[in-house]
Write a protein that binds this ligand. Structure first.
Ligand code: AHM
Ligand code: MG
Length: 341
């Protein structure tokens, strides 16, 4: 007999049954996120057609004002989740402050943080882009969420995931019991289980993903590690392969499946790196760890960082444990020798 087709809804229900105390609230958040992902996927796939179908710079074919796709995706996610009664508040990379649930809707015990469309500068060139999300429990006592509910360390996430809008659309998530990937079948509009219990191969492929153009602005340790990866260090005469699209989700996803290391280090212009702790680093670090890999800021586990601000940044090292640990050794070993950072 052939294997049963497992939709994301079925998978979520089966995961929920493993937790006898579950109320279904958490599952509903995941359903709503999957729905929003489908909406965004459809629009991303149409992005190149807007001009052909008669949109103008400011108005689409329906005469409506055209929004930038990342602002539109931000609203789609918010509206898919604002009314279900499961969230106390949200925070988005696209919004300066945390976003309370509108007063007309009931609230719930979870908090959602998200980056609606990461890598959106790549859209015009048809390069894969993604959505990233992170879910926490509300920790304050009031009915409506507060800023404090959003400022939680990554180790208290109850779920995290991302959607990659690539050659196919995939949703990958973890609730702390492994990593599961679902591929969207556009003919039936369903996410189907395609990657069960994803493990990052160990040691995995020798791939590194970083914006090498920043080399001269890096610390001595980062430069030394980069030299190692490029085969310029006698300790490693065999260079790694370099793969970098400039789209975090795409680069992370490839390395999750193949092995390798993704880095966005600190540099002289971005002393805390470029990527955001709450919307990008923490959720992907949770997934990396659940797949047997590692997530570090170069010195400590990303999931242990206590956030102080919604939009704070952190250096990021994600991927196969071997390579992330090696990066840490180079950074720690050359600490104090940094010119710029
Ligand atoms: P964004 O949140 O403004 O889209 O920026 C995040 C993106 C990541 O997807 C990617 O890893 C990084 O910025 C690329 O930055 P750079 O162009 O500096 O290499
Ligand atoms: Mg982003």
């Amino acid at each position: 007999m052939s294997q049963p087709v497992i939709t994301i809804d079925r998978h979520i229900i089966e995961q929920e049954r493993r937790n006898p105390g579950a109320t279904g609230a958490f599952s509903n958040i995941l359903y709503d996120l999957a729905f929003a992902a489908k909406m965004i996927s459809r629009e991303v796939n149409m992005a190149g057609l807007v001009d052909i179908l008669g949109g103008t710079d400011e108005r689409n074919i329906h005469g409506e004002e055209v929004q930038k796709l990342d602002a539109w995706a931000n609203e789609v996610i918010f509206k898919a989740l604002d009314h279900g009664g499961h969230l106390a508040c949200m925070a988005s990379e696209e919004a300066e402050d945390f976003i309370p649930i509108p007063d007309r809707f009931p609230t719930g015990k979870y908090v959602l943080l998200y980056d609606p469309l990461d890598g959106s500068s790549n859209i015009e060139a048809n390069v894969s882009i993604g959505t990233i999300f992170s879910i926490h429990r509300k920790i304050t006592s009031g009915e409506r969420g507060q800023l404090q509910d959003c400022l939680q360390p990554g180790h208290s996430q109850v779920a995290a995931g991302y959607v990659v809008y690539g050659s196919s659309t995939m949703l990958v998530y973890t609730t702390g019991h492994g990593v599961f990937g679902f591929t969207l079948d556009p003919s039936i509009g369903e996410f189907l289980l395609s990657h069960s219990s994803v493990r990052t191969p160990s040691p995995g492929r020798r791939i590194y993903s970083v914006n090498d153009g920043n080399y001269t602005n890096w610390s001595a340790g980062q430069r030394a590690f980069s030299d190692y990866l490029r085969g310029l260090d006698p300790a490693n005469p065999k260079p790694f392969a370099s793969r970098y699209t400039g789209s975090l989700v795409a680069d992370f996803h490839r390395n999750l499946l193949y092995g390798g290391i993704f880095m966005y280090p600190a540099d002289t212009t971005n002393p805390r790196g470029k990527l955001r702790l709450l919307y990008e680093a923490a959720p992907l670090a949770f997934i990396a760890e659940q797949a047997g890999g590692r997530g570090s800021d170069g010195y400590r586990r990303i999931l242990d960082i206590e956030p102080q601000q919604l939009h704070e940044r952190t250096p990021v090292y994600l991927g196969s444990s071997e390579w992330v640990e090696l990066a840490e050794r180079y950074l720690v070993g050359n600490r104090g020798q940094s010119e710029g950072v």
